[in-house]
Write a protein that binds this ligand. Structure first.
Ligand SMILES: NC(=O)c1ccc[n+]([C@@H]2O[C@H](COP(=O)([O-])OP(=O)(O)OC[C@H]3O[C@@H](n4cnc5c(N)ncnc54)[C@H](OP(=O)(O)O)[C@@H]3O)[C@@H](O)[C@H]2O)c1
Length: 286
């Protein structure tokens, strides 16, 4: 299914303004919000249908304004179909009254704030407001993120489609119904890119210890992780099968995997890491 019809009017050409085009509000155009915004515009959403709320008029914000995006418009003039909240969770309580003032019964509020629960968001909004809590990850910046989304009972099928299209602008989207899984989701895919970067660092350090010049070790580790990630991306084959495909019995890869797959190896370490992140997510959410 193309995401475009959900965001633009069926009869409008991309970038052509139309009365039927979805009206979007983005609160916070930082790293994640900025990636979403670029994704929407890239999909053909009319920039004049997007309002961005940002306290500082930076050069990046001025550039958005030049492209037609409305910056900090009069709230009474917006009537959004969707509001996407992409500010730091620490200032959530400050911005929720403003979000509430923009929310009508037909608005879906999509929050990507880590750890901010649906109950917290809904409590600050008009009764029965449609709320989607989502957790993206940093590859969103290159359109290769994965976002997990959970709706509340106020979200209609059409609002869910709209939220899906908005989030899909930065990569894949998975929907779940059980919000309690969000801490584990955050631990796996939200924080996951950091583990892969650490793997790259660790592989380079081990290469250096094995005698490689430091810079060469870094280049080898980086290209290996990036290339393997791309192979995974392009293939539908299980990671385990891809691993077996590069492992000859009794060979060098098998020797390394014997260490990594030992009972006290990578599985145990990853299990502990994910458990620690999940626990921390629960603590932060309160
Ligand atoms: N980065 C990730 O990997 C990741 C992953 C999953 C979820 N998230 C979630 O995504 C959200 C955004 O993260 P980020 O990394 O994109 O943060 P960020 O780059 O700091 O972006 C936040 C943006 O919100 C703006 N802002 C601050 N106060 C505001 C206000 N009162 N009204 C409107 N905008 C305001 C900030 O402007 P100033 O810079 O001028 O303060 C900044 O541009 C967070 O809630 C985070 O939990 C991030």
């Amino acid at each position: 299914m193309s995401t475009l019809p959900e965001l633009t009017s069926e009869n409008s050409t991309p970038r052509a303004s139309s009365q039927n085009a979805k009206k979007l509000v983005l609160i916070g155009a930082g790293k994640m919000g900025g990636a979403l915004l670029e994704g929407w515009i890239g999909l053909g959403v009319d920039p004049t249908c997007i309002a961005v709320i940002e306290p500082q008029r930076t050069a990046a914000i001025e550039a958005l304004s030049a492209r037609g995006v409305r910056i900090n418009p009069d709230p009474a003039s917006i009537y959004p179909d969707a509001i996407v909240i992409a500010v730091k969770p620490q200032i959530a309580a400050d911005i929720m009254p403003y979000v509430a003032s923009l929310t009508s019964p037909s608005t879906v509020v999509v929050s990507i704030m880590a750890g901010r629960k649906i109950a917290f968001l809904a409590a600050a909004l008009p009764r029965n407001a449609a709320v989607v809590r989502a957790m993206p990850n940093t590859p969103a910046a290159i359109g290769r993120g994965i976002t997990v989304a959970v709706p509340n009972s106020g979200v209609s099928p059409a609002q869910r489609q709209l939220a899906d299209a908005l989030l899909r602008a930065t990569g894949a989207v998975e929907w779940i119904d059980d919000e309690t899984l969000m801490d584990a989701v955050t631990a796996v895919s939200g924080s996951g890119p950091a583990y892969v970067f650490l793997l790259t660092e660790s592989l380079a350090r081990a290469g250096e210890k094995a005698g490689l010049p430091a810079e060469l070790a870094v280049r080898l580790a980086r290209a290996t992780v990036a290339g393997s990630g791309e192979l995974l991306h392009r293939s539908s084959i299980d990671a385990a099968v891809l691993r077996q495909n590069v492992t000859s019995p009794g060979g060098t890869t098998a020797a390394a995997l014997e260490v990594l797959m030992a009972p006290d190896g990578l599985d145990l370490l990853m299990e502990r890491a994910i458990a620690a992140a999940t626990r921390r997510g629960r603590e932060l959410a309160g």
